[in-house]
Design a protein. Sequence first.
Length: 391
Amino acid sequence: MLGPWSAGLVALLAGVWAWAAASCRSADGPAPAAFGAWLLALLVFGGHWLLDAGRGGGVPMAAHTLASLPYWPLLAAGLFLAWRRFPPAPAALWWGAALAAAVAGGLLLHQWGGTARVRVRTDMNSIPFGNLSLCFGVLALVGGLFPRRDPRRGALLVVAGVLGLVASLLSGTRGGWITVPAVVLMLVAWRGGALWRRWSSLPLAWRVVGGAVLLALAVFAAARVWPRVEDLLSDLHRFAADGNTRTSVGLRLDMWGTAWSLFLQKPWLGWGEQGLALELHRLIVAGRLNEQAQYFGYQLHGDVLDTLARRGLLGLGTLLPLYLVPAWLCWRRLRQAGAVAMAGLLTVVMFAGFGLTQSQFRDPHTLAGYLVLMSGLLVMSVRVGGGGRPG
């Protein structure tokens, strides 16, 4: 890992390079302020992460992570600039999400095979697998239901989207499911009336088949969700009754309480990568933190709390723009860019929800997924909206 001065130099050079490149003309004219805001968010987040890792000589440590993660936001900035000049088509988003959702759903259905297992697992950790499956499923559904397209292609996208939702249900990832009500409310508020009119205009046979599919999905969802809700309630009862932290929920509550306590001790800059790992190990040895926390690589199962403990308020100030900047930009483009901008808003909301119960930006799968999706969606929202200026 880089030392603090060399890490700062890398971040500075990357910032100068990106700013100069963004000032050049691209396929849709001069760079809008939207692009500069997203580039700045990426570079500030990655630059601070590099500096923080360098100050203690440590590297990001977790059970499913890589030491190179602090460089990834800088790489995403380069990808974003490349897409500025050679923008992807929205069809790549819809069909790429559909392919990922369909493969995930087919894989877990094959492994499940109708058994009574509450959670179906793959070689990939269940939490990022389930969260990404849900995200890709929702994006495929948006692509199939809202843009005007050939009905058969729309139906294929919807089927793929449903398979993504099924994969999420089979994975048993409760942290992702909490975002579903927000997703539904956003879609209903945005185009609920139009969607109902399209549904009413379908032939009766299509509506019967569609209703049967929705009913089957609801029954399947209830059968998958309820056992996990019972587990949640049992874990909460055991934690409230005797402070039991040897459950999924109890361990998270223990780690979250520890994260908050450590943040209060060093609120401005946090403990740093290596410093936090050493302090958590000391707490485990002293019996003040469940020893299972070390098996997660000393990450604290929540993006905000983990960042507060690790990098303090300064770190939180670099994390929040990764959500707020694209949310603001997609909101401004919603009328012009339609489904693409809504896909961006939904992606932000889902990943923010995922991060409540999982340190997703310390996982290479979810970090890469978010950086690539948001970079592509922001480029496409301006291209589809018909111009280089935010609306």
